[in-house]
Design a protein. Structure first.
Length: 260
């Protein structure tokens, strides 16, 4: 039997603030959507030759073919494994949530072999590009590169010997930062250090995680219903799901069908 993540308490005031923050308006409609996640045990061999066993959770609301390799990796939420889960009948929903229209997204079957192959192929591409770019960026740290790209100092600017050379260097540094960021996303998704050269997945339990779907002016925004924050905990929009709905017409059609 699937379990359900326990949502944080939310008030009408919280909801109005969220609608203004994510949708920019007070005229909106809202639904409670339970999104299915598949818990996966992972056995991973990294490019450094280390073997690691981890656990993660994958959003299985969308069919595999609906998403690009990058967006498929962004569907992992290992942090969701930490949240309290109970049977649906044991959920103590606030009056606000109880009165909202509720929808439960279907669990799509995941081809674990295909999933593994896609992630490994994507990781191999990142590994290759980082290996090729690293000698070209003068061994500066990623944070130094980001700082200089977006906050260049006078000293940096006056050191330029050739505008064309600088353009090439900037391009290589931006590419390096892009691939380094992708590497970090995969590490977070799979709970590992390094990149996976091989992966095997094993399905464990499934669970549903609560989201508010705020609709305004024919746009839809996903808000995670579990508060987050180290000191002050707040409800936050899930920008990845919101973006996918805007950019991926097939994914949008899937969601609208669920919300009907």
């Amino acid at each position: 039997m699937c379990q359900y993540t326990v949502p944080s308490s939310i008030s009408e005031k919280d909801l109005v603030k969220l609608a203004l923050k994510v949708a920019g308006r007070i005229s909106y409609n809202v639904k409670l959507l339970w999104i299915p996640y598949q818990t996966l045990e992972c056995t991973i061999l990294t490019f450094e030759g280390r073997t690691k066993k981890t656990k993660t959770a994958l959003n299985v609301m969308f069919p595999d073919h609906t998403l690009s390799d990058k967006d498929l990796i962004l569907m992992f939420r290992p942090n969701f494994l930490r949240y309290s889960k109970v049977k649906y009948t044991d959920l103590n929903l606030t009056p606000l949530l109880s009165n909202l229209p509720q929808k439960k997204a279907p669990i799509n079957t995941t081809d674990l072999k295909s999933l593994s192959n896609r992630i490994v192929k994507y990781a191999s591409m990142i590994q290759k590009n980082l290996t090729n770019l690293t000698p070209m960026i003068k061994h500066q740290s990623q944070s130094d590169i980001i700082s200089r790209l977006f906050l260049p100092s006078i000293k940096d600017l006056t050191r330029l010997t050739s505008q064309e050379v600088r353009k090439v260097e900037d391009f290589m540094e931006r590419e390096y930062v892009k691939f380094a960021a992708m590497k970090q996303v995969i590490q977070i998704a799979l709970n590992i250090t390094g990149l996976p050269q091989r992966i095997s997945f094993k399905k464990k339990d499934s669970f549903y995680h609560p989201y508010l779907i705020i609709g305004a002016n024919k746009e839809y925004f996903f808000v995670d219903l579990v508060k987050r924050g180290k000191i002050i905990k707040n409800f936050t929009e899930d920008p990845i799901l919101t973006r996918i709905l805007k950019e991926n017409p097939i994914a949008k059609e899937e969601i609208l069908h669920i919300l009907e």
